[in-house]
Design a protein around this ligand. Structure first.
Ligand code: NI
Length: 169
């Protein structure tokens, strides 16, 4: 089932999500629905708070459905290592149509749990590292506009306010 994606302005996006403790059918269904929602958008990552669920998990697939190995659900992710730097364009399904350059680590090692609660470690670079960083931020209520200078952030926020007024948000 496709879920509604919460847009910037909703307070759920700036709250810290809670640890997942129940690895049950309900969690599996949520992950399934999140993948469906992400692919339909289309997007390469989606965190639970973006569908209104304040739990520490996200889904990602930087291959856009072309490589099953890149279809990943990370539950209770914890960043273990951040290395190097990369600049690149970034977007967010909670900020439709808004893209800008964000500096992120080039490589990330992240520990997480799978749907059964079994721990695993992921060592990723480039776009996947960017995605892990962006989605993990969502679980702490951090949004990518926080990486902009105050001036640029103000500009983006004014643009959004205009779109809200126009009913285009
Ligand atoms: Ni996002």
């Amino acid at each position: 089932m496709k879920l509604a994606v919460v847009k910037y302005g909703d307070p759920v996006l700036t709250k810290r999500a809670e640890e997942v403790t129940e690895f049950d059918k309900q969690l599996a269904k949520l992950v399934d629905d999140m993948f469906e929602t992400m692919y339909a958008a289309p997007g390469v990552g989606l965190a639970a708070p973006q569908v209104g669920v304040l739990q520490r998990l996200f889904v990602m697939d930087c291959s856009g459905g072309n490589n099953p190995k890149q279809k990943l659900a990370l539950i209770n992710p914890v960043l273990e290592l951040e290395e190097g730097n990369q600049m690149g364009d970034e977007g967010c399904l909670s900020f439709p149509g808004i893209y800008f350059q964000v500096k992120r680590p080039q490589r990330v090692i992240v520990k997480a749990q799978d749907l059964d609660g079994s721990p695993f470690t992921l060592d990723v670079m480039d776009l996947e590292a960017r995605c892990v960083e962006h989605e993990t931020d969502h679980l702490d209520g951090e949004l990518f506009i926080n990486y902009l200078s105050p001036l640029k952030r103000d500009l983006v926020q004014r643009k959004i306010k205009k779109r809200v007024k126009l009913g285009d948000w």
